[in-house]
Design a protein around this ligand. Sequence first.
Ligand code: ADP
Ligand code: MG
Length: 509
Amino acid sequence: MTEPAASAVAIHDLRKAFGATIAVADVSFTIMPGVAHALLGENGAGKSTIVKLLSGLIEPDRGTISLFGKEVRLSSPRIAHRLGVQTAFQEMTLTPDQTVLGNMLLPYGPQGWTGMIRWRAAEGAVRAHFESLGIEIELWREVGELDLAVQQKIEIARAIFRKPRLLLLDEPTSTLAGGDVDWLGDIIARLKQQGVTILFISHRIREVRAFCENVTILRNGRHIATAPVTQLSDAQIVEMIIGRSLAQTFPARPAQRPDAPEVLGVRDLAAGQRLEAATFSLKRGEILGVAGLQGMGQLDLFLGCFGMTDVHRGQILVDGRAVTIASPTDALRANIGIGFLPEDRKTEALFSELDGRHNASLPVVDRFCRFGLIQGASEEGAVDRAFAQVAVEHRALWTPVKSFSGGNQQKIAVAKWLLAQSRILLLFDPTRGIDVGTKHELYVLMRAYAASGGSILFHSTEAPELVHLCDRVLVLYAGKIVEEIGAGALTENRIMHAALGGDAKSITA
Ligand SMILES: Nc1ncnc2c1ncn2[C@@H]1O[C@H](COP(=O)(O)OP(=O)(O)O)[C@@H](O)[C@H]1O
Ligand SMILES: [Mg+2]
């Protein structure tokens, strides 16, 4: 008989409560060495608590943790480090007023003046490490000056610098853009080859499939399933995460109102680099979907309607009147009233260092100004009401938005446009990278906004959102609207077919 190979991580009946909240309830799973294992669950499911338990930041109320075949007691981060556990935390742990180099060496950097010589050696080692990871960051810059994606890469690089046997990555990609996500994927693959075990947390199933062999799904602190990713469909994963079927995550679609007036009219519009011809009506109370594979003109359509790219030809009408939208300021004017949620909310929609109150009231700050001074109390009251509408915590008023999850940041961005009393919202892939629970809240919010008379133009890269949430969908192909599909005929197949440039008449269903 052969002995079963020792696992890298075995947690058994792990339980942790914070006061009345049971963050992790009797969770057990195993990870074999050199395997990347994903931990999935909505916000609050208990993922970070497991990361903190494995990092020695907190101790369990009950249950056991074994690392590399031995039961261990992780009573401090130092003990976890000694056992080969390193972590890139969700709330990054870099010290902003220290240099990149200083942060890389924390907390074990050379101390005192005798350390001066060792700093030189350390600098060389960090430089070589960054090179091996393909990172170019100046070592003497203060970390606080760098943008979040760079900070995230330093947080990850630091964990790897300490030569982990087990690397814990808590939502690293929520602050990384596309190219950096590929960067991380390459590094994970390389580490696995070297035998490093990885626990990876992300809300994006695509990444999980690309990086990880197995998944564990948590819901309300409970262990729902552990399985090879290839054995589960996306729909199964989502349903286990949220505990209800996918169709139920979308609010009911109200009956069509064909007589609803046009609010936004677009006639033969050509804009930016890619949009060549778009003609459509967005009606009052409608969610109008825009489908298209990447780069088919959808971004230019949205930017054109918000005055952020050149319009070369055609006309935009608001309430039947031709308007000129040459800048976002034009789009915001009361008689136009367009709000825009761009793809990358981190760089475009919100100022991540500012608190939620100031972010939300930026477009309408004039309204709160008397004699050039912002009237704090009236501003706060109005923003607070808008936040309540989108179900964002009260503390968002005074907390920098960067400290919130992507989903909550998105809700703050929506609050900003509600506050600006926008009648038309342009939402460009607003649920990207957001956990499924918050996605559901955004869907409900969108439907409520439409029901109260607002109109939404909505681009999504997720076909189910187009199929289940929209009243109609326009499909763009090579810069032109090639098809319009009504609610009754919406299927993923139909959208995909048109998006690939297929002839609508050639398919059934
Ligand atoms: N230090 C803490 N004090 C009180 N409650 C906490 C603490 N840390 C986490 N929680 C609660 O435990 C639950 C799980 O949180 P967490 O592990 O951070 O979830 P996830 O990372 O999956 O979003 C949540 O309800 C959260 O509010
Ligand atoms: Mg977390």
